[in-house]
Design a binder for this molecule. Structure first.
Ligand code: PLP
Length: 368
């Protein structure tokens, strides 16, 4: 059978290995598995959210509130914008997809950093667009600007901070860059880890209301999957000027957000203390990874997220390490597919990290 030709160039997104696979393939006991590959919050979901969900189980038979009024209100309050400035998606992933569909056809160009979130390219190729990438691994705005001036772009993606490397541009530099961009180019600011970046360094903080008031061609994306510990609920949001949001709405499937997800996010937004505590612990634990890398003489990228990317030296291959860790029940991300001899580890809980260091010691010793 013949399919849409643009799909020939599309790769399938490689998700972090699921826990069940290790049980099946390596015979690791479920209780011994530590999954640090998808940047989930290791502290679990807020107890208040869990309570709320239990109460709602009996209402599953009716469709969710498709206006999503309550969650929009809560987000509008949090970010000091209007309801009309918000779109909610099944993960911010879905909004990324809407953005590309809204702007791109086969002749379109999409500009992004060389080593960034894989879905920008995957959705872009699904639309048949041409993908333009800057040269450096980490975001480099000079390179962005020179490529933009040379080729133009229908969409620009800035991942702030960047997954999978963890670096983050300063807000002032981002704004100076945006000043140079044509108003017909949609700039997507992916803030999936902004809660972490703005906690660590205020210079990195992007305030969505300020962003969209200054730049009417920008959309800010946030998610409940990371700091809010709701990856399983699949909710993300986009904040932009009304005309952008209205257009994205045309692409939305009906009832794309479940009743339980909506309620979970509303409740999660109320429990500010929980999120704050998780972020504090994240950076405390990240220090241990930095010290571990230094001790082993590995370079790492200073991270503004809940993961750290460690560059290996020529003595080790990231693929060997990832495989050896898998057999011991630890799931991390191999960055070999990005052409890097590096691994990305989500910062786990104190207890998990202690085990990771011990097993990593053993694995490195064996592979030497
Ligand atoms: C996790 C992540 C997302 C989206 O996650 P959803 O679960 O779809 O909300 C978007 N961008 C980046 C960079 C991410 O790491």
């Amino acid at each position: 059978m013949k399919f849409n030709k643009v799909l020939d160039a599309c790769k399938v997104y490689e998700a972090g290995k699921p826990i069940e696979l290790l049980v099946r393939e390596y015979g690791v006991a479920l209780k011994d598995i530590i999954k640090l590959a998808s940047n989930e919050n290791p502290y679990g979901t807020s107890p208040k959210v869990k309570e709320k969900i239990k109460k709602l189980v009996s209402s599953m038979y009716i469709y969710p509130d498709d206006s999503m009024y309550e969650l929009k209100e809560a987000l509008a309050n949090k970010f000091h914008v209007q309801n009309e400035n918000i779109i909610i998606g099944s993960g911010s992933d879905q909004i990324l997809d809407f953005c590309i569909k809204a702007k791109c056809t086969q002749n379109s160009k999409i500009l992004m950093s060389k080593t960034t979130f894989a879905m920008y390219e995957i959705y872009g190729k699904q639309a048949g667009a041409t993908i333009l990438k800057t040269k450096d691994d980490e975001h480099n705005l000079e390179q962005f600007l020179s490529m933009y001036k040379k080729h133009g772009a229908d969409i620009i993606f800035l991942c702030l901070p960047n997954n999978p490397l963890g670096e983050c541009l300063n807000k002032d530099d981002v704004y100076a860059f945006l000043d140079e961009i044509n108003k017909n180019t949609l700039v997507v600011i992916d803030g999936a880890y902004q809660e972490y970046a703005s906690f660590k360094d205020k210079k990195k903080e992007i305030i969505p209301s300020d962003l969209i008031n200054k730049y009417n061609n920008c959309i800010y994306l946030g998610t409940f999957s990371k700091a809010y510990a709701l990856g399983g609920m699949r909710i993300g949001y986009g904040i932009a000027q009304k005309n952008i949001i209205e257009t994205l709405f045309k692409l939305r499937p009906p009832f794309n957000i479940t009743t339980l997800s909506l309620a979970a996010c509303i409740e999660a937004l109320k429990d500010k203390e929980f999120v704050q505590k998780c972020i504090e612990k994240n950076f405390k634990e990240m220090k241990r990874y930095e010290e571990y890398a230094k001790k082993k003489d590995f370079d790492y990228i200073p991270s503004y997220t809940n993961f750290i990317s460690i560059k290996l030296d020529e003595l080790f291959s990231s693929s060997d390490i990832v495989e050896a860790l898998l057999k011991r029940g630890i799931i991390v991300r191999n960055l070999a597919s990005y052409g890097l001899n590096a691994i990305r580890i989500t910062i786990g809980s104190k207890k998990q990290n202690t085990i990771v260091f011990k097993i990593l010691d053993e694995v490195l010793e064996k592979l030497k």
